[in-house]
Design a protein around this ligand. Structure first.
Ligand code: RUB
Length: 335
């Protein structure tokens, strides 16, 4: 455990130690979810694997670490934080491997790079809270969607600043992550109301702003986030309500620079209706895409740990960060 500057306990061991296979299953079944958390969970699992992995020589050791990274990276397809986090950890090892490091030096390089990622990811959430909260006004009514630690960081900081905000959380079907958000914000002392997804438009007319998290940012400034985000954004746009997105820079999806699209995860239908669902008629088909794309026109700005970024500036930010993290993907840029 480490103590951060504000005295709060942070951690390079945020999660229980698990094997790579267990980590993969945990990610796939969403027992750990949320883009930032899955990145840290995978980075921690990879670090713990690298700490104990064996190899007769550097080449053999490095091959097993790469294989573990590949498995973790493949657990969920949409949140780019997962491959970006894993790639960042591997980048530390690869630099050492290419310079002819011994197994022990390679191990140290991977472990240190993972710890660097874990610390800076948590720092980024805190900085986003501080920057974003300045944009929240006294007495604001805010709508949020799903369960985002970065979005909640903004809301909690605004509350700490005495802004007297009121938050509406929608349920976020099918997995109801909005319930978690509502419970966490209410426990923090924020005036919180849980609404069902279909009530969002009713409350949008009374809202001052919308704050959501992010799984991936495309080069054109579009946002990929939990299914339903684009509906909320469309309503905010229609009602002329400010739409802000909390996003660490390791949510930038660099593959979109070369025209690749972000994969949208499709999950099992039982998340929508159980097999025992009383109305189930075998002729009914199900579809369960769990992320959607919000066009840049509906987004006022991203709040990153580097500052406020309008959707139109995403390309420049990608170019700037890609230069110094070439081959490593982005990492939180707090230090
Ligand atoms: C969670 C989700 C969150 C983003 C951002 O989806 O869409 O809004 O991941 O979260 P899931 P954070 O529950 O399917 O992982 O700000 O915590 O990174």
């Amino acid at each position: 455990m480490e103590t951060l500057k504000d005295g709060k306990e942070s951690s390079k061991d945020e999660f229980p130690k698990v094997s790579v296979d267990e980590a993969y299953d945990t990610l796939k079944s969403m027992r750990v979810h949320g883009a930032g958390r899955i990145a840290r969970f995978a980075a921690q699992a990879l670090r713990d694997y690298a700490r104990e992995a064996k190899g007769k020589n550097s080449r053999e050791y490095w091959a097993t670490v790469l294989k573990a990274g590949e498995k973790l990276r493949s657990a969920r397809p949409t949140a780019v934080s997962l491959p970006n986090g894993v790639n960042y950890v591997l980048y530390g090892g690869r630099t050492a491997f290419e310079s002819g490091a011994s197994v022990e030096d390679l191990r140290t390089a991977v472990v240190n790079t993972a710890d660097d990622f874990l610390t800076s990811s948590l720092d980024a959430v805190k900085i986003i809270g501080e920057i974003g909260a300045r944009r929240v006004k006294n007495g604001d009514v805010v709508i949020t969607h799903c369960n985002s630690e970065a979005a909640m960081s903004i809301l909690k900081k605004a509350h700490d600043m005495g802004k007297g905000i009121k938050v509406y959380c929608d349920e976020t079907r099918p997995k109801f992550q909005g319930h978690k958000t509502a419970a966490a914000l209410a426990a923090y002392g924020i005036d919180t109301t849980l609404i069902c997804d279909s009530a969002c438009r009713v409350y949008m007319s009374h809202a001052d702003r919308t704050v959501v998290g992010c799984d991936a940012i495309a080069v054109n400034g579009a946002l990929v986030n939990k299914i339903g985000t684009s509906q909320v954004a469309t309503m905010a746009h229609e009602a002329r309500v400010n739409f802000m997105v909390a996003a660490e820079t390791y949510k930038l999806d660099f593959k979109t620079l070369t025209g690749e699209l972000v994969d949208i995860e499709e999950r099992d239908y039982t998340e929508i209706a159980s097999k025992e669902w009383s109305g189930h008629n075998p002729k009914v088909k199900f579809s369960n895409p769990v992320f959607d794309v919000t066009p840049p026109e509906y987004i006022d700005f991203y709040v990153t740990e580097k500052g406020i970024v309008p959707p139109g500036a995403v390309f420049s930010l990608m170019k700037e960060l890609y230069q110094y993290t070439e081959g490593a993907q982005a990492r939180p840029s707090t230090h």
